[in-house]
Design a protein around this ligand. Structure first.
Ligand code: FES
Length: 112
């Protein structure tokens, strides 16, 4: 089982926000949906936009570059069933957000 990796202070991601961080060389988007943390791959599969810096509305994270939208609870694109970001374990411990990679990577349709 992979180790938990400290990735941010909990205070950096209050409810209703998302942040972008890098762990083990991978961009991660962390979102706080009504007090529950979620973590998905942070590199947008469209053209590499920084998902974690996008706008979070409920559980939907919108890429700031061209507006692709992802459900942070599942990693799924809201429209295309073939586009899905990897979802990672995330938890808060002693004021820190920690993640654990589950081994998968997101898949994407060809870049348009
Ligand atoms: S790079 Fe994310 S929508 Fe284009």
């Amino acid at each position: 089982m992979p180790d938990w990796i400290p990735i941010a202070e909990a205070s950096e991601c209050p409810p209703g926000t998302s942040i972008e961080r890098v762990a083990d060389g991978r961009m991660v988007a962390i979102a706080n949906v009504d007090g529950t943390l979620h973590a998905i791959d942070g590199l947008c599969p469209h053209q590499g936009g920084p998902l974690g810096t996008g706008e979070l509305c409920a559980a939907v994270l919108t890429c700031p570059w061209h507006g692709w939208q992802f459900d942070v609870t599942t990693g799924r694109h809201r429209v295309s069933a073939t586009v899905r970001q990897a979802v990672h374990d995330v938890r808060e411990r002693e004021g820190r957000i920690e993640i654990r990679f589950n081994g998968g990577v997101g898949s994407a349709e060809p870049t348009r």
